[in-house]
Ligand binder design. Structure first.
Ligand code: SF4
Ligand code: SF4
Length: 298
């Protein structure tokens, strides 16, 4: 089973559309949406939710009033001002660090798990689909992403491919999205901010030694910046694996909840099929190199 994660330095570059489109082409695969803060892949995936679970990704202090002697030590200790004058915990301020429980002389404070989101597993016409939604204002998005990936492995252990719509940005959610992946595809648009976003997200992939490829979406809206992206990739040994042209019909297709493949937009479908072919070839090449290296060592 090979895991490919589609990432971008920011949202809105087209990585979810690319992931959903590939889910139409790739055989024997499962799909996961690791953008748990603003998931939208489920809109294009459809299907039936077969498992829904609350996710407890954080802890919060609870004070036992019967044991509390009002000594005030916990309030003096809490760096987040999360305990009020009546020794009640203020939920949105409590970080669950546990410092108050450690210093309480009356053993009156314990930490309790707090619900921070929900996970879902859906059966769709394109395969098993794992996704989640972080509660508004909740912490622990990285842990929720890890849960999405664990659910996917649990429900889809016979598939050849796992296509993961990664979280945007470069923070802990992205790291949780790409850890252990076989490859990442960074999707970028040719804009000034698109270049710097791409550089940052590729630096994350390189740091974790995950093979990274680049797909330039709407490459023809600014050929000068597309060339700059290509030059950057060449200089830093990142292969540009796809160039998707701007196509207004994609907007209409997405409005009808269709991928460019469903909507049969020939030039886009051709490019996306080519991207998959190149990617699958690259991954099988790296398998062969790995096998050869293992054979020479033995
Ligand atoms: S430290 Fe413990 S005993 Fe003291 S005020 Fe806080 S909860 Fe009450
Ligand atoms: S767990 Fe940490 S943040 Fe929460 S009330 Fe105790 S000291 Fe404050």
């Amino acid at each position: 089973m090979k895991q490919i994660v589609f990432i971008s330095g920011k949202g809105g570059t087209g990585k979810s559309t690319l992931t959903a489109s590939l889910s139409r082409i790739v055989q024997n695969k499962a799909i996961a949406d690791c953008d748990v803060e603003a998931p939208n892949l489920h809109i294009l995936m459809g299907g039936q939710v077969v498992e829904q679970k609350d996710f407890y990704g954080a802890e919060e202090a609870v004070i036992n009033k019967e044991k509390c002697t009002s000594c005030n030590i916990c309030r003096e200790t809490c760096r987040f001002d999360a305990i009020d004058e009546d020794f009640e915990i203020i939920p949105f301020r409590c970080e669950g660090c546990g410092a108050c429980a450690l210093v309480c002389p009356a053993d009156a404070i314990r930490l309790e798990k707090v619900k921070t989101g929900e996970t879902y597993v859906s059966k769709t016409s394109r395969g098993t689909f794992s996704h989640a939604l972080l509660d508004i204002g909740a912490e622990g998005s990285g842990r929720l992403v890890t849960e999405v990936r664990n659910n996917m492995k649990k429900h889809a252990d016979k598939e050849d491919w796992i296509l993961i719509d990664g979280s945007p940005g470069i923070g802990c959610v992205v790291i949780a999205s790409i850890t252990g992946a076989d490859a990442v595809v960074a999707v970028a648009e040719p804009t000034k901010s698109g270049i710097s976003d791409l550089e940052r997200v590729l630096a994350v992939a390189r740091h974790f030694e995950i093979p990274a490829y680049v797909c330039i979406n709407k490459y023809d809206i600014n050929l000068k910046i597309t060339k700059q992206i290509e030059d950057f990739c060449e200089k830093n040994n990142f292969e540009v694996i796809g160039r998707i042209p701007f196509e207004p019909k994609i907007v209409n297709a997405l409005r009808d909840l269709k991928t460019p493949i469903d909507a049969d937009i020939p030039n886009i479908a051709f490019e996306i099929e080519s991207i998959w072919k190149r990617l699958a070839d690259k991954l099988s090449e790296s398998d062969k190199k790995g096998d050869a290296a293992a054979a020479s060592r033995s």
